[in-house]
Ligand binder design. Structure first.
Ligand SMILES: [Zn+2]
Length: 295
């Protein structure tokens, strides 16, 4: 038996690893917010419609959904496209992060961050819940990651040049992540409080401020303003489209739902920043004639 040594083989491994983790995320997304279900019991996956156990050959990422033609083998109820999509997205993200970080602990930390973002977005979209049992441990892990993998992106150049020479790059990087936690959590908690004072009722879920804090830990304090801006823009656009498409449709089809969860949009904003943030910041400051020294 020969093991892959070429980078091509490793990319394939990263894809298979991502697809399998994606398959597990489907379990997390379905079971975590449902109090009568645990992640480990029952040990085998089951059909949410008829409860039939799913055998291993009907539980292979992507492929099973295709050869079952998106229907349960025992009750023939449709299997949502969400299942293969989650697997595909997780597989592709694993390949992308492997490409960026190589086989390293940074790859594992950021892959874990992505898995949490995706799970939270889909749970919030379906049930309007942001599970704190995912957010708090991820914040702790992100702080560890920031200390272990010193990064100018997390600290920003101003903080980096001030802290790194005396306290070391690890502390400077951790400071940037802590700044992201405080700024992200604080900004949304402030908005939420202001809304409550002006309108007299809650306008935002309790989970949104901690979620943005978690995002700030992994993406640094400089990401916060951008993530808020982008997620608000995408949110307004989506709400507009939803109103447009719900015209003339009966309300029981679910198009005209009154409240939209903000979590999925925060996650989209965070992913946009993860892919394009630093390049966007450089381009933006270039337009204004140079980056300020504190950024
Ligand atoms: Zn079934």
């Amino acid at each position: 038996m020969t093991y892959p040594t070429a980078p091509g083989g490793l990319y394939l491994l990263a894809l298979f690893f991502g697809l399998s983790v994606g398959s597990f995320l489907n379990v997390v997304i379905f079971r975590l917010p449902r109090e009568n279900l645990s992640l480990t019991k029952p040990g085998r996956s089951f059909c949410p419609a008829c409860g039939a156990q799913i055998s291993w050959f009907d539980n292979i990422p992507l492929l099973s959904w295709l050869w079952l033609r998106a229907r349960c083998r025992s009750c023939a109820k449709p299997i949502a496209a969400r299942y293969p999509l989650v697997e595909l997205m997780t597989g592709l993200m694993s390949v992308y992060l492997f490409h960026v970080f190589g086989l390293s602990t940074a790859y594992l930390f950021y892959f874990y961050f992505f898995c949490c973002l995706l799970s939270i977005a889909l749970i919030d979209l379906e049930l309007m819940i942001i599970p704190m049992s995912l957010v708090y441990p991820t914040i702790a892990l992100g702080l560890v990651s920031a200390f272990v993998h010193p990064s100018v992106e997390l600290a920003g150049f101003g903080l980096w040049t001030r802290l790194a020479p005396d306290c070391g790059p690890h502390v400077a990087s951790l400071a940037g992540a802590l700044g992201g936690l405080a700024l992200g959590w604080g900004a949304l908690a402030g908005v939420s409080l202001a809304y409550k004072l002006v309108r007299g009722h809650e306008g935002m879920g309790d989970g949104d401020p901690p979620l943005l804090g978690m995002i700030g830990v992994f993406l640094g304090w400089r990401s916060i303003l951008m993530v808020i801006l982008w997620s608000t823009l995408i949110g307004i656009l989506s709400a507009g489209l939803l109103i447009w498409f719900s015209k003339g449709r009966p309300p029981e089809e679910g198009w005209g739902r009154k409240a939209l969860p903000f979590g999925p949009f925060l996650v989209l904003g965070a992913l946009l920043y993860l892919f394009f943030g630093p390049e966007f910041l450089a381009w933006y400051w270039g337009l204004l004639g140079g980056q300020p020294t504190w950024m």
